[in-house]
Design a protein around this ligand. Structure first.
Ligand SMILES: [Zn+2]
Ligand SMILES: [Zn+2]
Length: 773
């Protein structure tokens, strides 16, 4: 019996070699019909024996035949009338079925097939540093504009040779329509220069050998990769790593490392099977792994933390380099301090000439700089700390469609921004901290570029409540749009809701550094009864004063003094706590000034920030008196936690009818100071402190449940980048019968804010075109 069926497939099915795979399977089963991309995904019409059509469905979803990067989320089939005259199966490439939603996919690590070819002496791409195919290689980083075709990428300057062109045109080839396809005869080439850009070598084998020799001799080499330059140094060579720190002006922040195999990483760090899978995934992110004791990695690679950030080689060039006896390299972003990643050759020499001894470059232009993504594990699940290469611009899908395009401006720290279009939420890669002028310019340019790339024309703009945020100011300067301001911690919780395709309400626990509140105070540790439509503040950390504005996030002395004054009231004097304060601030004058500031309320702001409490406790335990980078002190505090401690300090929940529930830490602060005075080890105090915060958040959630009868808790906020706290709290909540949601697709830190803002805007006004703007 001959039948004809129309199958609509959604998921990640565009730009991943899906149509050729459909074509190959249909042909092998002697089915006729057609396949095309449309606005929702891919549509296939199949005609032939009914069993063959069933077989097609099975093969398409089998690991052997499904394109490696494809993800099928739904598959709907209907019978349609047979077309008698049809004999062939064809791929329709025209746009007559509506423009595909997002034609640009993420940059993907070199696949196994390409690695095998690169190692094959008889292959014409033997040892070619830019080998790629439909299943791997650069995408997002090389696209200038749409449609995603070679002339619109930075590959346009390389004319394909006959052999490459034949593969590109052959629907049965792995390189069918692989836009960056190239070989040594027609494609990009590498070269090695000194720190001034003067050429040292240009022949591939010489370049690789000399770059490796320099690295093994302790030199710093800037290596141009997929999303930008890395600064590389031998991670086993202390002097090389220290030199890199000095020259890069990066005193403390841990460096990421690269190796070429999981087995190698296991020499230095603990890799379980889930971490192994994530490391070797097509996205190839940096994964934080527990350090092995007595590891030979230079101590200055990662001081004050108990993890290493590792990634595997993800570009062919990396593999060629590591084949030269290199074991492990520091591979840190090619920039100076926190400026945007450098991706252009001339700019690299100009800005990194004082850092790198040599440049391993190539002539394939990187159009968009994309940092490496960073993940760790929370309750056994991968969780983002930074979302960029490999993941961006993969959209997060919503159940409901948005009828008007939305731009969400994000937060000022760890900025990302987000577009909502139809049923897609497209988040940008990590942009950085907007207070840096260069980062801000990059932000403005990126918003414009990506708006074009995704064909978004925003009618609605979502942003933070903070009037001083640069992102808010930018949003407010956009003409003829409807502005939706979303409170920071509501956006955090909304990001979790939309990731799980939920509307709420839920009990939202935001454990965070700082975010502007509806009362003008700086909120941070919040229990919100939140949906995508609205939120109510159920409880929060009781307010304490922070003196000195932005300085408070760098100088823990400020929260220390404030928390002590609040905990001891009139019993507090500087003299009495001199023994403790001295270790944080030896300058008596400064102590006096900050103390008086707090006393008189000069340049002070009320806050419920939890991040600053972590800073304060770390400083009281002698772990440092300055945050050189974001969360340095909290990370140090987490790193020293003693295992097996179950106790916690006292906590007080103040529940009154007229005000949100107040969580008071005064008792805990007094007990911590007693423990320090009694000589209890910092490791035990740190554990008890973390346990107290987890217990306090649990108690808050229980109080919220009693009051609202809700049983689902959503966790978000930067403090949940703390693994110990997140793991412990999730366990406690589950034990208490809660169902617990955590961020899956975006970071729980401020990198996730734009997604939450977009989700709220979609819910409030994006869905209904009849609502007036
Ligand atoms: Zn490949
Ligand atoms: Zn070629």
């Amino acid at each position: 019996m001959i039948k004809r069926r129309r199958i609509s497939i959604t998921g990640r099915v565009q730009g991943v070699g899906f149509r050729p795979a459909v074509y190959r399977i249909a042909r092998s089963l002697e089915l006729s019909g057609l396949v095309y991309n449309d606005t929702k995904g891919v549509t296939v019409e199949l005609q032939g024996e009914a069993e063959k059509i069933l077989e097609f469905m099975a093969l398409l979803q089998s690991d052997a035949d499904k394109p490696p990067l494809a993800i099928i989320t739904s598959c709907d089939a209907v019978d349609i009338p047979v077309i008698e005259s049809e004999t062939e199966f064809v791929i329709e490439t025209s746009d007559s079925h509506g423009a595909p939603l997002s034609q640009v996919t993420a940059d993907i690590a070199t696949c196994r097939d390409c690695l095998a070819e690169m190692a094959d002496k008889d292959d014409f791409r033997y040892r070619y540093p830019f080998i790629n195919c439909t299943n791997c290689g650069p995408r997002y980083s090389i696209v200038k504009t749409i449609p995603y075709d070679r002339p619109n990428t930075t590959m346009s300057v390389f004319e394909m040779c006959g052999k490459c062109a034949a593969q590109y045109k052959d629907v049965n080839d792995r390189r069918f329509h692989a836009q960056p396809v190239a070989c040594a005869a027609c494609g990009p080439q590498i070269r090695l220069t000194d720190s001034t850009g003067k050429e040292i070598a240009s022949q591939t084998e010489k370049v690789i050998a000399e770059a490796a020799r320099l690295l093994l001799a302790g030199k710093i080499v800037a290596i141009k990769g997929i999303g930008g330059f890395h600064l590389a140094a031998d991670a086993l060579n202390s002097r090389a790593v220290q030199r890199l720190r000095r020259r890069k002006k990066r005193d403390h922040k841990p460096f990421a490392m690269m190796t070429d195999s999981i087995e190698r990483i296991k020499e230095y760090a603990i890799v379980n099977s889930a971490a192994g899978r994530l490391l070797s995934s097509p996205q190839s992110p940096i994964v934080l792994l527990g350090q092995k004791p007595d590891s030979p990695i230079a101590p200055s690679v990662a001081e004050g933390v108990d993890t290493y950030g590792f990634m595997l080689c993800y570009a062919p060039l990396h593999y060629l380099l590591f084949a030269q006896n290199i074991k492990v390299l520091v591979m840190t972003s090619g920039n100076i301090s926190d400026e945007p990643l450098i991706c252009k050759n001339e700019e690299a020499i100009e800005k990194l000439g004082g850092v790198a001894d040599a440049f391993l470059m190539h002539d394939r232009e990187i159009y968009r700089q994309v940092d490496d993504s960073i993940l760790h594990f929370v309750e056994g699940q991968p969780a983002f700390l930074r979302r960029a290469r490999g993941y961006v611009p993969t959209p997060i899908l919503m159940k409901n469609s948005c009828r008007r395009d939305i731009f969400a401006a994000g937060a000022d720290l760890k900025n990302t921004f987000c577009f909502a279009r139809q049923n897609q939420l497209i988040c940008s890669e990590h942009i950085g901290d907007l207070e840096d002028a260069e980062v801000y310019h990059h932000y403005i340019d990126s918003v414009e570029h990506l708006q074009g790339l995704f064909e978004v024309v925003p009618e609605i703009v979502a942003c933070d409540l903070h009037p001083g945020y640069l992102s808010t100011r930018h949003a407010r300067s956009i003409p003829d749009v409807k502005i939706v301001q979303v409170q920071h911690h509501w956006a955090h919780i909304a990001s979790v809701l939309v990731e799980h395709d939920l509307e709420g309400p839920v009990i939202g626990l935001a454990a965070d550094g700082t975010g502007y509140g509806t009362d003008g105070a700086i909120w941070g540790c919040e229990c919100l009864i939140a949906s995508l439509e609205k939120f109510e503040r159920f409880g929060h950390l009781s307010y304490y004063s922070l003196a000195g504005g932005d300085k408070a996030s760098k100088e823990p002395l400020r929260p220390v003094l404030s928390l002590q004054k609040k905990a001891y009231g009139s019993k507090f004097t500087l003299e009495k706590f001199d023994w403790l304060l001295r270790r944080i601030e030896p300058d008596n004058n400064k102590l006096q000034i900050v103390s008086e500031q707090l006393e008189k309320g000069v340049n002070c702001v009320e806050t419920s920030s939890l991040g600053r409490v972590f800073d304060a406790v770390a400083a009281m335990l002698g772990l440092g008196s300055y945050n050189h980078f974001d969360a340095q002190l909290p990370m140090a505090l987490e790193a020293i936690i003693a295992g097996g401690v179950e106790e916690h300090y006292g906590l007080e929940l103040i529940n009154t009818a007229e005000k949100p529930l107040q969580l008071d830490l005064g008792k805990m602060i007094r007990q911590i100071i007693d423990d320090i005075q009694n000589g209890r080890p910092p490791a035990a105090i740190s554990a008890k402190f973390h346990n107290t915060i987890a217990a306090a958040l649990l108690e808050t959630a229980i109080a919220a449940r009693e009051s609202t009868k809700l049983n689902t808790v959503a966790l978000s906020g930067g403090v949940f980048c703390n693994r110990y706290l997140a793991n412990r709290l999730i366990k406690l909540l589950k034990k208490a019968g809660f169902s617990v949601l955590f961020n899956r697709y975006v970071p729980s830190n401020d990198g996730g804010i734009s997604l939450g803002q977009a989700a709220v805007a979609v819910r409030l006004i994006g869905g209904d075109p009849s609502l007036p703007l």
